[in-house]
Design a protein around this ligand. Structure first.
Ligand SMILES: C[S@@+](CC[C@H](N)C(=O)[O-])C[C@H]1O[C@@H](n2cnc3c(N)ncnc32)[C@H](O)[C@@H]1O
Length: 254
């Protein structure tokens, strides 16, 4: 059984797999992944009328089993995350309303944590009784004996940029994360040849960041549109079929 599972890992290393991560993660053997880097499905609070893709997914989950699912993700998958990692070493981008649940889960396991942020300099202006949505949160947890790499540039807890219109135009994903920040995070915790898993990989930002920096990766995405875009992306092709590999928008000043 273990051999078959290892075969699955070997076959899918450095690829993006189309399917449901709640099922596919069962193929990954215990203690084989060096880091999980992921951006989980968000909760949309307008339960009744939300008809974007994430909202629909939330409704589907709600219908499956309300007692094990909360806040846009079935938290049972966190047990699987811990099973597949050699040591707990995990980044989770999440919405503000998911922070408490996730913090409780990992701090109860004795993990150290950091709250990393992406600060956006040009957020959508919001009116009424609200704060600006100019910060996104990425929670990081590690077991006490997990070492991080040195290098002052890698240690920063914040990253400041405009909302990344350029990446969104290239890869279309509504919640795409800035690849420079993802690269910085991965370089802080991984060594060459180590494996990062992204079970909710969207347009493939984590996988591209891993590939650029010589880390092995496995991505999982259940939506055929994003899966196709992500596979194109790690092969240097944009969502419109253009070659992307040498385009560095930061250097071009966009
Ligand atoms: C927040 S987005 C990730 C965006 C990504 N960080 C990027 O930069 O493009 C979460 C992704 O998880 C996918 N997803 C949701 N449920 C899933 C499941 N059960 N298995 C695999 N992927 C899933 C969604 O289709 C969505 O693309």
């Amino acid at each position: 059984m273990e051999n078959i599972k290892n075969k699955w890992l070997e076959q899918h290393l450095n690829t993006i797999v189309l399917g449901d991560s709640y099922e596919l993660i069962k193929n990954i053997p215990d203690n084989t992944i060096d880091c999980i880097y992921t951006d989980i499905p968000y909760l949309f609070e307008s339960y009744g009328k939300c008809n974007n893709e994430c909202g629909i997914r939330f409704h589907r989950l709600m219908n499956e089993s309300i007692d094990v699912i909360s806040n846009g993700i079935n938290y049972k998958i966190l047990d699987e995350f811990i099973r597949v990692m050699k040591k707990i070493n995990i980044f989770i981008w999440c919405s503000k309303s998911q922070i408490l649940d996730i913090m409780n889960y990992f701090t109860n396991k004795g993990c150290r944590y950091e709250i990393l942020v992406w600060c956006k300099t040009n957020p959508v202006p919001l009116a009424n009784n609200s704060w600006l949505s100019d910060i996104e949160y990425c929670l990081y947890f590690r077991e006490k004996n997990v070492r991080v790499n040195d290098g002052i540039k890698l240690k920063s807890k914040f990253y400041i940029s405009q909302i990344n219109k350029a990446d969104k135009e290239l890869y279309k994903h509504p919640t795409i994360k800035p690849i420079k920040q993802v690269e910085q995070h991965l370089k802080h915790v991984l060594k060459s040849g180590e494996i990062v898993l992204d079970p909710f990989c969207g347009s493939g930002t984590t996988c591209e960041a891993a590939k650029i920096n010589g880390f092995d990766f496995i991505g999982i995405e259940n939506n055929t549109k994003w899966h196709k875009i992500a596979v194109g992306r790690i092969n240097g092709i944009t969502a419109d079929g253009q070659t992307s590999i040498f385009t560095d928008f930061e250097e071009l000043g966009k």
